[in-house]
Design a protein around this ligand. Structure first.
Ligand SMILES: [Zn+2]
Ligand SMILES: [Zn+2]
Length: 418
């Protein structure tokens, strides 16, 4: 145990270097990919009025009943730290009168009071995209493909896509009725939580982690067998589009997602590196949510990726990894100012560069360069200065060469690694 005075609250995490660099790289890839698909960023508050989530995520959902950080502010308003992205995005798109159809992306911290474990924290980071105003099944397939590209780009090779359709307003009532009939007949086999779910929101039994409930649900009526002709056609077209895109998927009849607003297509990405239960992310269609928030009838579909789990599933960093950083070393006081000028020059050329002003002794400066993970040292010495050169040391190979002053930026750039 450390003897420091403070530690972080249970279920939170810090991103210290080099993890913070890694996080940044994942976020940059996400921004880049979202841009390629025509999504624009929307930035929304970390907390909303509590009813925003109750009205969308769902009264009987685990998130609303057990996991929300809800509090009264000093004026007595009920506020909730956002447990997921979509409700706030829809609220903000309507409030800002964003022209539909629109494609929006978001990223940032989210909060759920969960039992903390590896890859599951109470403060977690999500990356999400939402396509508001697009009805085509081809959009569902495009968004599923977006996530697949994202994970593959990060080197997560064992990612599988789980796919389901949970129907619409027309066909879900019959399904619900059949499911309730089945669950009522097997009431004794359900856990206590599921008894409550059966009363309040029967579809939520699919969120139950209890193994007895899971086994029973394997025999339960399946949403896919109750689809109306429109939903059936939509789902076929999603699958055909995925086939054309060369994307493999598994049909999963129990994939309901823990949120009330989904209809038709739902999907998740699983990675073997996280164990059986956990997904890297997922999403689905939510054609009624905009309307329920007081907007016009607007079909919509989206995807959210768990950044923290994605980082766990990513391949480990190489050993001896060097940063994109040059370290300028000065030999004696006479070279301090020329070295500092070189620092300015490198930065002006777009090269991340540092030097140490405290140490004085070159040996210690080399140590600091190594500890900082720099890719190379540029050495400014009296003899070199008179000859119009710098010594350039590659910190990965240890190789040292002399480089003419006027080509230093090019040579340093060639050694930068990231
Ligand atoms: Zn339907
Ligand atoms: Zn249960």
């Amino acid at each position: 145990m450390s003897s420091f005075k403070h530690s972080r609250p249970k279920g939170t995490q810090d991103f210290a270097p080099p993890q913070s660099d890694r996080k940044h790289r994942v976020e940059e890839l996400f921004r880049h990919l979202a841009g390629l698909y025509g999504f624009q960023e929307i930035v929304i508050p970390v907390f909303e009025h509590t009813e925003v989530f109750i009205k969308s995520t769902g009264v009987g959902s685990d998130i609303v009943t057990k996991q929300m950080y809800t509090f009264k502010d000093r004026a007595g308003r009920s506020l909730t730290l956002r447990p997921e992205g979509t409700p706030g995005v829809v609220r903000a798109a309507l409030e800002n009168r964003v022209r539909m159809p629109c494609r929006l992306f978001y990223l940032g911290p989210y909060f759920r009071y969960e039992r903390p474990q590896k890859g599951r924290t109470r403060e977690f980071n999500q990356l999400g995209i939402e396509a508001l105003g697009e009805a085509s099944p081809l959009v569902d397939a495009e968004i599923i493909g977006f996530g697949d590209s994202f994970f593959r780009e990060l080197g997560i090779a064992d990612c599988t896509i789980q796919l389901n359709s949970i129907g619409c307003r027309e066909c879900r009532p019959l399904y619900r009725q059949n499911l309730v009939g089945f669950l009522t007949r097997h009431r004794d086999e359900l856990c206590n939580d599921c008894h409550v779910r059966l009363e309040r929101n029967p579809l939520r039994v699919f969120d139950c982690k209890n193994s007895a409930c899971q086994n029973l649900l394997a025999q339960a009526p399946k949403p896919r067998e109750h689809l109306c002709s429109e939903c059936d056609r939509h789902f076929s077209e999603v699958r055909e589009a995925l086939n054309r895109q060369g994307l493999q998927y598994e049909l999963n009849d129990r994939l309901a997602r823990g949120l009330d607003y989904y209809n038709r297509t739902t999907f998740e990405y699983l990675s073997g590196r996280l164990g059986a239960q956990d997904s890297l992310g997922g999403g689905g269609r939510y054609d009624y949510l905009v309307e329920e928030f007081g907007g016009p009838e607007t079909p919509a579909t989206g995807l959210a990726i768990g950044l923290d789990r994605t980082m766990l599933a990513m391949p480990e960093l190489e050993q001896n990894k060097r940063r994109r950083l040059a370290f300028v070393v000065w030999m004696s006081d006479a070279e301090l100012e020329p070295a500092r000028k070189l620092l300015d020059q490198l930065r002006a050329e777009g090269i991340p560069a540092r030097m140490d002003f405290d140490a004085g002794r070159p040996k210690r400066q080399f140590k600091l360069a190594d500890a900082a993970g720099a890719s190379c040292c540029v050495i400014v010495g009296p003899d070199e200065l008179t000859r119009g050169v710098y010594s350039l040391k590659d910190l990965l190979t240890g190789e040292q060469t002399e480089v003419p002053v006027n080509t230093i930026a090019i040579q340093v750039r060639a050694l930068l690694r990231d």
